[in-house]
Design a protein around this ligand. Structure first.
Ligand code: UDP
Ligand code: MG
Length: 328
């Protein structure tokens, strides 16, 4: 258990990223409040409105008016789930910080279990989804494949089937705040940071209301960010692919010359066309892989702020996140 919290600073911070979640925010707040009140400790709930275009900001403002433990950050536009979480972490004051989705797919009733583990001295307690029956076969299948593939590629042991629903200690939060990268895969960064980590299994429920904010394209972009920020293996694979392709090409060339010398005319442009297509395909693939990294390097070099805060409720230091500095 960390040292006593000074003054009015909360012991727990609950971060809730929300993008167009008008249907669930009320019940989300009520459930979180029930669970957090039961801990008997001071806490804050930080809603991060990720540039919602529905009534999300108004609803958050109303919640904050009625509950002084609610604080809010409104980003100036939609920056994406991972950046919204980052903004929440930047403004959190608690000794233990809990990240949970607004749609209640991750049940708030699991939070006391996370807290219990933290009290035992664990610094990262992540929820591991044991069952996700409620989600489509495609979502479950792609998630299963993604976590295994990532584990194979990444140098750090990123636990499979763990989402962003987790509790992190203040120390871990500070470590994350010092990481300036743009394309963020928060759960990977948490794994990378080390510390004492443990898991709490839970069942992922269906979304309480509203629709998923992760369409296929966003999911693919998310997966690309995860892979590129934790592995250079795709680049190396490109090298090997190129090597293998040219070795195959030379072997075939040799074979053709021998056949030609033996008087057996090399027949057919069919094989020629096939080879052309295959090698051009490989070339484009390799260029594409390089481009993925290059684009990200470009984004990093520009070093724009990770997000822009449009408005806040109950937050004094309004530039916390935008002041994220690079030290080089
Ligand atoms: N979210 C966000 N910004 C986005 C997309 C999603 O803050 O651009 C939030 C969303 O409001 C929710 C959480 O991230 O609280 C997870 O999104 P969602 O439930 O739609 O994803 P799924 O569970 O379907 O993967
Ligand atoms: Mg969800």
């Amino acid at each position: 258990m960390p040292a006593a919290v000074k003054g009015s600073a909360p012991l727990y911070s609950v971060i809730v990223p929300a993008y167009n979640e008008q249907e669930v925010l009320g019940v989300c707040h009520a459930e979180l409040r029930g669970v957090m009140d039961a801990t008997g400790k001071p806490y804050e709930i930080i809603f991060v409105d990720d540039g919602s275009t529905d009534r999300t900001p108004e609803i958050i403002a109303t919640l904050a008016r009625h509950d002084r433990r609610v604080r809010a950050i409104g980003l100036s536009r939609n920056f994406g789930h991972q950046v919204a979480i980052t903004a929440g972490l930047d403004f959190a004051r608690g000794q233990a910080v809990i990240v949970i989705d607004a749609d209640l797919q991750d049940p708030p009733s699991v939070i006391p279990k996370l807290i219990a583990r933290w009290e035992q001295g664990w610094e990262v307690v992540y929820g591991r989804r044991t069952r996700r029956e409620s989600e489509s076969v495609f979502k479950r299948g792609s998630a299963w494949l993604f976590y295994r593939f990532l584990r194979f590629l990444a140098g750090v042991p990123i636990p499979p089937d763990a989402g962003d629903f987790r509790l992190i200690d203040r120390k871990v939060c500070e470590a994350l705040k010092a990481m300036p990268e743009r394309h963020r895969f928060v759960r990977g960064l948490v794994s990378w940071s080390g510390f004492r980590q443990c898991e709490v299994p839970y069942e992922r429920r269906p979304r309480r209301a509203g629709t998923s904010k992760y369409p296929l394209l966003k999911m693919i972009a998310f997966a690309m960010d995860a892979v590129t920020s934790f592995s250079h293996k795709p680049l190396r694979a490109a090298t090997f692919l190129g090597l293998a392709a040219s070795a195959g090409g030379f072997a075939y060339l040799l074979y053709s010359i021998i056949r030609y010398a033996a008087g057996l005319a090399v027949e057919g442009w069919t094989s020629l066309v096939a080879l052309l297509i295959i090698f051009n395909g490989i070339l484009f693939l390799v260029i594409g892989i390089m481009g993925e990294y290059l684009g990200r390097i470009y984004d990093e070099v520009k070093a724009r702020p990770l997000y822009i805060v449009g408005r806040t409720i109950g937050i004094e230091n309004k530039t916390s996140g935008t002041a994220r500095k690079r030290t080089r």
